[in-house]
Design a protein around this ligand. Structure first.
Ligand code: PMP
Ligand code: GLN
Length: 397
């Protein structure tokens, strides 16, 4: 048999699936893959359920049902002051995952360079490579994850076509500052390229941090493809409804990419999401406040157990430094050990890097869980840490 696609053959199963399977095998509390263990807003769910029953179950329009496109445009105006034509500047996709691929497909030709920022979400690199484009990686360094401006500037050149920016960022919990965004916007304009903006955590920011879409910066309206996810905004990760907002000059190609990937997205879910995006301010505020409380609960608990807890300004995730625990092994071994022995699962942060020289002493914990579940996870980890400490003391005496 002839060899199959070499890039896919060389790509492993996503770390989220691997760790979720390991969690299930060991009866572990899964703080790995980022999904809430509570349901999204009931009016949104009921709207989607009702939308199955009124006879609109055939292919919806390619770029999304009119209600959702109108709601995406209204949401852009309400939160960011962006004026968007719902008929020509919104494309609904099957999740942000598809949107990311569609936006990259819309602009990249084989040989074009695409700037990516590490640590990075796991679909970015394979998709850029599958399109025949050349990734240019720039690394943020823990614990502050500041943008290395000189390195970023050096990554842009005559062949740069796009940058892929994720803010609020998975796994770091970083929210890019206005100054960092201005620096990126300047590079994008000077090199006449595009920005794919993965903003799935746009509403999940804490401590007064506000998400600023790169698209709102001067000169960036025509260059950005801004991606949102109903999964994150409505705590309904299984729904896989994403939405791209971009200039009409880009939306045609994004829509044609979508046409060749999935063509359309389930109409009832789209209609549910349309109800969600029109919800009042209180919903969005309490979403963030609720998550901030969960972040604090898990973060304080992990700190008390001896983890180094890095600050998180947004997203579902806390990154922890495992070195203070004295574990002999890397992040992969650690996440496996806590899954099997403590029965709590986390994600090794090396999974978010392209090469093996990544820092290998960080573990990512998801805090989008019920408080009792977070408390039980902390109790299990506490017992595990204490048992290991006692074992070390016995060995030393
Ligand atoms: N981008 C980032 C940074 C994510 O963490 C996720 C997680 N789901 C996605 C994209 C994908 O979103 P969706 O589930 O809507 O495809
Ligand atoms: N975005 C989720 C995370 O980072 C996982 C999504 C997935 O499993 N593909 O945990």
């Amino acid at each position: 048999m002839q060899p199959q696609n070499s890039l896919l053959s060389a790509t492993g199963t996503t770390i989220f699936t691997v760790m979720s399977a390991l969690a299930a095998e060991h009866g572990a509390i899964n703080l790995g893959q980022g999904f809430p263990d509570y349901d999204g807003p009931s009016d949104v769910i009921h709207a989607a359920a009702a939308a199955l029953l009124d006879g609109r179950n055939q292919y919806p329009p390619l770029t999304g049902v009119p209600e959702l496109r109108a709601a995406v445009a209204a949401h852009n105006r309400r939160f960011y002051g962006l004026e968007v034509d719902p008929a020509a500047e919104v494309v609904v996709t099957s999740g942000a995952t598809e949107a990311i691929t569609a936006c990259l497909m819309a602009v990249l030709n084989p040989g074009d360079e695409c700037v990516l920022i590490e640590p990075l979400y796991d679909t970015y690199l394979p998709v850029v490579k599958l399109l025949g484009a050349v990734p240019r990686l720039v690394r943020l360094s823990p614990p502050r994850w500041e943008l290395p401006r000189a390195e970023l500037a050096a990554a842009f050149g005559p062949r740069t076509k796009a940058i892929l920016l994720n803010s609020p960022m998975n796994p770091t919990g970083k929210v890019f500052t206005a100054a960092e965004l201005a620096f990126i916007a300047d590079l994008v304009q000077r090199h006449d390229c595009y920005a794919v903006c993965d903003e799935v955590y746009e509403h999940l920011t804490f401590d007064g941090w506000r998400h600023i879409p790169l698209m709102t910066l001067p000169g960036m309206r025509q260059r950005c493809m801004r991606i949102g996810s109903a999964g994150k905004t409505f705590s309904l990760t299984g729904w896989k409804v994403g939405y791209v907002t971009c200039d009409r000059s880009l939306a045609g190609n994004v829509a044609k990419a979508h046409q060749n990937l999935t063509f359309t997205t389930p109409p009832n879910l789209q209609r549910g999401v349309a109800v969600g995006l029109m919800k009042d301010e209180a919903y969005f505020r309490s979403l963030a406040e609720g998550l901030q409380a969960r972040r604090d609960r898990l973060g304080k608990g992990l700190e008390a157990l001896g983890f180094g807890v890095l600050p998180t300004q947004g997203s579902y995730f806390i990154t922890t430094d495992i070195r203070p625990l004295g574990f002999a092994g890397d992040d992969v071994a650690f996440c496996r050990a806590i899954t099997e022995e403590a029965r709590v699962t986390a994600i090794p942060v090396t999974a978010f890097y392209a090469s093996p020289d990544a820092p290998n002493h960080y573990a990512r914990f998801a805090f989008c869980k019920n408080e009792a579940v977070l408390d039980e996870a902390l109790a299990r980890l506490g017992a595990w840490v204490a048992a290991r400490r006692a074992g070390r003391q016995r060995a030393a005496s």
